[in-house]
Ligand binder design. Structure first.
Ligand code: NAD
Length: 435
């Protein structure tokens, strides 16, 4: 039965799946992929309505005293998109680009991502609109603690478990965990993941997203019959995901010819020494000034003649404006939402094999799940065990998505959405509608 695209609450007619009102609205981008998969799955109308809505959207005002004594007020969000399969799970980002729409899209993506790799979590995301680079450590701590207390009634190991995302890290997670623990009156390490190892973090968590990107890229190269040795790779974003993905791909024998961050992109046909670049970026707070390659623009990095492109920075970097110019044979979406929905068909026409974000970067949430399990069990695994279990989940998830894409003659993105939506929908069917 064709799906009625009218939302019950507003009666607003949703744009046709091939027509995008705003290409760069991440929620519309997510929804148009959702719609396509829902139609292929012949999802019943009731479930379609349920899965199109976020369960909870929290907006908090965050006043903090700056170091100069002045009070500044920031806005923060936490969206719990769907918790049918388990506690909500998703990162917190600090960035000037943060909007409620973006956080909602990211929370929905987390729902599908957890279901693609079949871990028992729902999806959430949080964010504070701020420029963390202009804030001192103590200002960031006050911001984090006040944001945490604003959303605290929804947090908890059984309800909502944050993790790091753009511009947040294990130190920020330590503050979230401490604030929560102070409120409840006891130490509860399982309330966040991506914590320092000394306080209940998991070995291998920091590298997990980049490691997952490496694993699925390796599997995709195998599937395409391409050797990994000498594969030329460009990586946009040199933070947690990009730098680890670049490092591990290089260790597998790839030649990483381009890397870039928010300030600079570098190209070196001979291959860039990634450990050296990581050490430089750590010391200099970024790649600016690193002299081991020719400087190119961030836009040019995306259209280089390489085998594999790894966008690992922010969303909406591959759009209808530049998709025609992409020359990579394969894209591994390390970032969330790097490709707009409107650009999908252009990449398909060009025959580019895209490993979609909800699969490609699911290594992070998979090891977050391991961390939560370890915290709750009070028993910690070795890094080898973590990596072995991650490898197993990433490989089997890649195979399942690939098999579905072949069976339905759809691209990997649509197949990943079909797999995850069917898993979430199935749980809703089993649970029924509580009234
Ligand atoms: P990060 O803050 O550690 O790094 C982000 C990197 O992107 C930095 O190098 C920054 O300079 C660069 N960047 C920012 N704007 C840019 C621009 N306009 N052009 C080029 N580079 C730019 O963040 P991260 O944790 O590595 O996350 C990157 C992406 O991966 C995000 O989309 C995030 O949601 C996604 N992701 C992260 C994780 C995780 O475990 N950290 C898990 C899944 C998905």
């Amino acid at each position: 039965m064709p799906i009625d695209r009218r939302l019950p609450a507003t009666g607003v007619v949703q744009p046709d799946k091939d027509h995008f009102l705003n290409e760069e609205n991440p929620f519309e981008a997510m929804m148009s992929r959702f719609d396509k998969a829902a139609e292929l799955l012949d999802l019943e109308q009731g479930l379609y309505k349920v899965l199109r809505q976020a369960e909870k959207q929290i907006i908090v005002s965050i006043p903090i005293t700056r170091d100069n004594g002045e009070v500044e007020v920031y806005e923060g969000y936490r969206v719990l998109y769907n918790t049918s399969r388990g506690p909500a799970k998703g990162g917190i980002r600090f960035d000037m680009q943060v909007t409620l729409e973006e956080v909602k899209a990211l929370a929905a993506w987390m729902t599908w991502k957890c279901a693609v790799v079949n871990i028992p979590f729902g999806g959430a995301k949080g964010g504070v609109k701020c420029d963390p680079h202009s804030m001192s450590i103590s200002e960031l701590e006050r911001l984090t603690r006040r944001y945490t207390s604003g959303i605290i009634r929804f947090l908890g190991p059984n309800s909502d478990v944050p993790a790091p995302d753009v511009n947040t890290n294990e130190r920020v997670m330590a503050w979230v965990m401490d604030t929560y623990s102070m409120h409840v009156g006891y130490t509860d390490t399982a309330v966040v993941t991506g914590k320092p190892v000394e306080m209940g973090g998991s070995l291998g968590r920091k590298e997990a997203t980049g490691r997952g990107c490496m694993i699925v890229t390796r599997e995709a190269l195998k599937h395409l019959g391409l050797p990994i040795k000498g594969t030329r790779v460009a990586v946009q974003g040199f933070g947690n995901v990009g730098s680890v993905a670049a490092d591990l791909l290089a260790k597998e024998g790839c030649r990483v010819v381009a890397i870039g961050d928010r300030n600079v992109a570098l190209y070196n046909e001979k291959g860039i020494d990634i450990p050296d670049a990581i050490a430089y970026a750590a010391k200099n707070k970024g790649l600016e000034g690193h002299k081991k390659g020719d400087q190119i623009s961030s836009a040019d990095l995306l259209t280089l003649d390489v085998d594999v492109l790894v966008p690992a920075a922010l969303e909406n970097v591959i759009t209808t404006k530049n998709a025609h110019d992409i020359r990579a044979k394969m894209i591994c979406e390390g970032a969330n939402g790097p490709t707009t929905a409107a650009a999908d068909s252009i990449l398909d026409e060009k025959g580019i094999f895209v490993i979609p974000d909800i699969l490609a970067n699911a290594g992070g949430v998979t090891v977050s799940y391991f961390e939560w399990v370890q915290d709750r069990g009070g028993y910690f695994w070795t890094e080898d065990v973590v990596n072995e279990r991650l490898e197993k989940i990433m490989c089997s998830s890649f195979s399942e998505v690939l098999a579905l894409s072949k069976r339905h003659s759809v691209n990997m993105r649509t197949a990943a959405y079909m797999l995850s939506i069917s898993r979430v929908a199935n749980v809703h069917r089993l649970r029924g509608v509580y009234a």
